[in-house]
Design a protein around this ligand. Structure first.
Ligand SMILES: CC(C)(COP(=O)(O)OP(=O)(O)OC[C@H]1O[C@@H](n2cnc3c(N)ncnc32)[C@H](O)[C@@H]1OP(=O)(O)O)[C@@H](O)C(=O)NCCC(=O)NCCS
Length: 151
């Protein structure tokens, strides 16, 4: 099992490209069949990226990645927790920190999209104050729930 030390939380302050290798490793832990291109094609183009991390025993075990999508809209894009560290409040703590930063920077809303079948993420979001504001089907035919929160 992965390290069980108490996690610490940090915001990545270096260029986002420098986070790529460790972030990719974590994405492979978090998401089944993760496609590197999903991250690598988008990461360099994110406006004002914000990356929050949880680290335990020197390893990144959870992350939350978002970016500016408009003058007042922050978009929470991607996040996840290593399976060995789930149900310990890491996703909620990273969400709180992401939203705190976005509010401090003057964003009025945060928005996110989640696959409709992903109860865990949708519940975390609801507990953190998001409301369901829409539903859409993406280009690959996947149903997505749109959630938004006033900061
Ligand atoms: C969704 C995810 C990020 C939640 O991370 P987490 O750190 O385990 O969540 P937390 O511990 O902060 O959960 C807080 C609360 O949300 C709810 N919750 C979390 N996971 C849940 C699950 N699998 N089923 C039901 N409720 C859940 C619970 O109410 C939980 O509180 P509790 O543990 O006291 O009951 C994690 O399951 C994950 O990484 N999933 C795969 C990646 C993913 O789907 N990312 C989102 C799309 S980008």
């Amino acid at each position: 099992m992965a390290g069980q030390g108490a996690p610490t939380f940090l915001r990545w302050e270096d260029p986002i490209a420098d986070a790529e290798p460790r972030l990719l490793r974590l994405c492979h832990r978090v998401f089944d069949g993760f496609d590197d291109a999903y991250l690598l094609d988008r990461l360099p183009h994110l406006a004002g990226p914000s990356l929050w991390l949880a680290e335990a025993d020197g390893e990144w075990v959870a992350f939350k990645l978002g970016y500016r999508r408009g003058q007042t809209l922050f978009y929470s894009w991607l996040g996840g927790v290593d399976p060995d560290h789930r149900r310990r409040g890491l996703a909620e703590e990273l969400t709180r920190r992401q939203h705190g930063e976005a509010a401090a920077k003057g964003f009025a809303h945060v928005e996110t999209r989640t696959r409709a079948g992903n109860n865990a993420m949708i519940i975390v979001n609801l507990r953190q104050g998001f409301h369901v504001v829409g539903f859409e089907v993406d280009g690959a035919g996947r149903s997505l729930v749109i959630q938004r929160k006033a900061l």
